[in-house]
Design a protein around this ligand. Structure first.
Ligand code: 6PG
Length: 235
């Protein structure tokens, strides 16, 4: 499902509303909401809006368990840390129970062990996984040409990014395959070419990893969607 929003603000409002809807549904059905946060800069505003709207909703955060889809190989207080971004704009505002925050320790000096331990504590099916899209077509820390694109067993693994910070930990395709919902947030003209490759009839996951989730829920603004000329513009 592709939804094209007029601008970034509308996209972040739509993303917030989808997260809340998925959360309330999961909490009502199963008493627990596993939300996997995306890294990068795109979701920052979504997290801010989520915090503004739900900061006082203690029941929502009592049942919501927060995970990370990937993390950079830096300490949690590093400016490049995905955890730090979420902490500043979301965790510090909504103060979820400490036991509900499952930080992915990207700084680990034993990444294989850390990835295995994180996978062992990860839900069998995540309720909602948020993802972004890199200009090169990567998502999470699944980069073009990575052998992890064909990983069928491990749920999390060490990865190497082509840009600093190169050391990463990331979810793998099996995690995406069983998630109840995957929601990809894309804004800006810088992602238009990558989006075109994601939705092109021809192409490979190896060249464009985000093709792994081309059938997921996508929220994109008009600037990012400009290359999808043949796509219906449903708002
Ligand atoms: C990361 C993210 C990565 C990100 C894309 C888009 O750790 O960087 O998980 O997959 O979502 O690179 O990044 P922006 O949102 O900053 O464009």
């Amino acid at each position: 499902m592709i939804r094209i929003l007029d601008n970034e603000t509308e996209l972040h409002v739509a993303a917030r509303e989808r997260i809340i809807a998925e959360g309330r549904d999961a909490l009502a059905r199963r008493g627990r909401f596993s939300l996997v946060l995306s890294g990068g800069g795109t979701p920052r505003r979504t997290y801010e809006l989520l915090a503004e709207k739900l900061a006082a909703d203690r029941d929502f955060w009592a049942g919501t368990h927060l995970y990370w889809g990937d993390e950079r190989g830096v300490p949690p207080d590093d400016a490049e840390s995905n955890y730090r971004t979420a902490r500043l704009v979301l965790l510090d505002k909504v103060a979820p129970p400490a036991a509900n925050v499952h930080r992915l320790a990207g700084e680990s000096n034993d990444p294989e062990r850390t990835a295995a331990e994180y996978a062992a504590a990860f839900p069998a099916r995540a309720d909602l996984i948020l993802l972004g899209l890199g200009a090169d077509g990567h998502t999470a820390s699944l980069f073009p040409g990575s052998p992890l694109l064909f990983e069928a067993q491990s749920l999390f693994a060490p990865a190497t990014a082509p840009v600093a910070p190169k050391k990463r930990l990331t979810l793998t395709p099996p995690v995406l395959a069983v998630a109840r919902t995957v929601l990809v947030l894309v804004t800006g003209t810088g992602k238009a070419a990558a989006l075109r490759r994601v939705f092109a009839a021809e192409g490979s996951v190896e060249e464009t990893p985000a093709r792994l989730v081309r059938d997921a829920a996508w929220l994109m603004d008009r600037r990012a969607a400009q290359a999808l000329a043949d796509r219906p513009e449903n708002k």
